[in-house]
Design a binder for this molecule. Structure first.
Ligand SMILES: [Zn+2]
Length: 633
């Protein structure tokens, strides 16, 4: 398979946008606007209003915190308990994160050593000094990173309650995602930094102990005041409310007035988000750039020559990527996005990302494009990352590949192909696990990484193959339009894909997400039938797929045949507009073999190939081909 041909076809499959068809209606019929998908399923979600005050002590690496949390119970259940995350308790020797990492078959050796050896002034903790509900003291129990609370007053459906927390937090040495003093010298990477109420949804409370992977939080508004020494620059979710008191490249025309205690209070407000993150460092350079729709991109990075050079180069790509995703999926819902040098690697947060910043340009650009994609698949479409990592990592990786092609113009890139290779490697190693596995419960790091990112991305490449690229893109746009600022479930996505494709995709979802069934089709036998040729195909594994088949004759003419699959109850549009789609009879999935005859004599056939561009995740693509010369041998 030629990469360039593959790329061209894939490009044409995924890029052509769909126009909505005009429906002509008789004038007597009144068209009522239908219910949205969330309304149809009686969807609800909890809501929070956080007011957080934090006073940072940079000598002790601790902060004093005060939280006023108003919690709205929009469920139909009466809540008598509540649960809170105390994430930084994980950064202690003997924690669940320490043990989980130590006992995996393929642990992160570095992390393993580091947690075990944390000294008392390097561990993380949240000490609760006082905890009240509607002014009354609460009983609570802390197990690792989860605080369980018996409520004094139940929260009835439709009711709200107010919690007050007064606490002291020690900021751990950064080992994973957040903490102090990262490897590039950023002093404070403040993610997972405050006691945070767990999400309660149709499945109940989500009380996953933190072992270093993914998150799922409650939608709401955050009003946050951060008291920080005046020489630090703060990067944070939300909009700065007092730029005139801050400066630091925020618009101000007043001279700065630094209080006697030497600290400035940064006041941020983040409406309709499900987390709040910040970082602080004395050496940050802070730049602002704008997209054509007026979204402000804020860049925070270290004052080092190489870093400045790379981050300057990054800006136009960041702008174009934001514009590309906006156009490809739907409008980014905020007016600001932060790209912050902080944390370890790259991680998506509210209205921005933490990334390592001192790396090579292509790697920096790729990470930023990936994390920015999460503003759609995880932030706005706030799926439970821990439970369905494929819905955020997989979908984000898919649009990151698209950005690499379209924004970076990287035509030589192996669009999606490295994921197919990684997936096949995992399968042939016997380490494939169902995509429905909770991200903390994959038995190997390898299966998690390849599962969530590659096999997760291939949910979309397989759907693109099954229903066509145009319909897939329409599905992504409709999914975003219906489910942004909510917590969609896998079925919510598939329901839209089914509606748009007119296909029954339940068995595909079951096979690809909930089992480790695989795809393996083969050309079994090719034989002459007078002036015609009989082609026998076989299905060697459990999963059924519709088949695209190309036949080339010795004169170089290409013919395209399509075999629909009975399970799908529909066919796809011709994905190769320059060729005729020769529609063959339906292949009934339960039958393991299939035969058809074509009007080309065997001696004139050069090759026959199933899925010539390698879109289908066939685990043994080498048996998909018949070649004339090989037959002669
Ligand atoms: Zn990601």
């Amino acid at each position: 398979m030629k990469n360039s041909l593959f790329l061209f076809t894939l490009f044409s499959l995924v890029m052509f946008s769909c126009k909505t068809q005009k429906v002509t209606t008789k004038p007597t019929i009144v068209i009522k606007k239908g219910l949205s998908e969330p309304e149809k399923r009686g969807y609800w979600q909890q809501r929070v209003k956080y007011k957080i005050n934090a006073d940072l002590d940079t000598l002790k690496n601790q902060y004093q915190g005060k939280i006023q949390l108003t919690y709205f119970n929009n469920s139909k259940d009466t809540l008598t308990k509540a649960y809170f995350h105390l994430y930084w308790n994980a950064f202690q020797p003997g924690s669940a994160m320490d043990w989980r990492n130590r006992t995996l078959e393929d642990p992160d050796r570095n992390l393993d050593k580091l947690i075990k050896n944390l000294k008392p002034d390097e561990i993380g903790f949240h000490h609760i000094n006082s905890f009240l509900q509607n002014g009354q003291k609460l009983d609570y129990k802390i197990v690792g990173t989860i605080m369980e609370v018996n409520l004094n007053q139940p929260i009835y459906p439709g009711d709200s309650t107010i919690f007050h927390l007064d606490y002291l937090t020690q900021i751990p040495k950064l080992l994973r995602r957040s903490g102090r003093d990262n490897t590039e010298g950023i002093e404070y990477s403040m993610a997972q930094w405050y006691p945070q109420i767990c999400e309660y949804d149709l499945q109940g409370w989500h009380t996953d102990p933190y072992i270093g992977r993914e998150f799922y939080n409650v939608w709401g508004d955050f009003d946050v005041k951060l008291k920080v020494p005046a020489n630090y620059t703060v990067a944070a979710s939300g909009y700065l409310q007092n730029p005139e008191e801050i400066g630091k490249n925020y618009p101000t025309n007043k001279p700065l007035n630094i209080p006697k205690n030497g600290k400035l209070t940064w006041h941020f407000y983040a409406p309709n988000v499900h987390d709040f993150v910040w970082a602080a460092d004395p050496d940050y350079i802070h730049d602002i750039a704008k997209t054509s729709d007026g979204i402000e991109l804020h860049f925070f990075y270290q004052n080092k020559p190489q870093t400045i050079e790379n981050w300057t180069k990054l800006k136009p790509f960041a702008i174009k990527t934001m514009e590309f995703y906006n156009e490809y999926i739907g409008k980014y819902p905020y007016k600001k996005y932060n790209i912050i040098q902080a944390g370890d690697g790259g991680m998506e947060y509210a209205m921005g990302t933490f990334v390592l910043g001192d790396k090579k340009f292509n790697s920096l650009r790729g990470t930023v494009q990936h994390e920015m994609g999460h503003a759609w698949f995880q932030f706005a479409l706030a799926t439970n990352e821990a439970q369905y990592p494929w819905m955020d990592e997989g979908f984000t990786s898919y649009i990151q590949d698209m950005a690499n092609l379209i924004v970076n113009g990287n035509k030589g890139a192996d669009l999606f192909q490295s994921s197919y290779n990684s997936y096949r490697y995992l399968v042939h190693q016997g380490k494939d696990e169902p995509l429905s596995t909770h991200s903390d419960h994959y038995t190997t790091n390898l299966a998690y990484w390849i599962g969530a990112y590659d096999k997760g991305k291939m949910v979309l490449t397989q759907l693109s193959y099954i229903m066509g690229g145009k319909k897939l893109r329409q599905t992504l746009q409709e999914y975003y339009a219906q489910w942004k600022m909510k917590h969609p479930q896998p079925d919510d996505f598939f329901k839209i894909a089914q509606k748009i494709s007119g296909m029954d995709l339940r068995i595909f979802k079951n096979d690809w997400i909930e089992t480790t069934h695989h795809i393996d089709y083969a050309v079994d036998k090719v034989s002459a039938e007078g002036q015609k040729t009989k082609i026998k195909l076989k299905r060697l594994d459990e999963m059924g797929m519709p088949l695209d088949i190309f036949v080339q004759d010795t004169a170089g003419n290409l013919y395209y045949y399509y075999i629909p699959l009975d399970l799908l109850r529909n066919t796809k549009e011709n994905p190769f507009p320059n060729m005729t789609q020769n529609m063959l009879p339906v292949w009934k999935w339960a039958v393991p073999q299939y035969e058809f005859t074509i009007d080309i004599p065997l001696k004139k056939i050069d090759f026959i190939t199933i899925d010539p561009f390698g879109y289908m995740a066939d685990i043994n693509p080498e048996n998909n081909v018949y070649k004339r010369n090989e037959n002669k041998k």
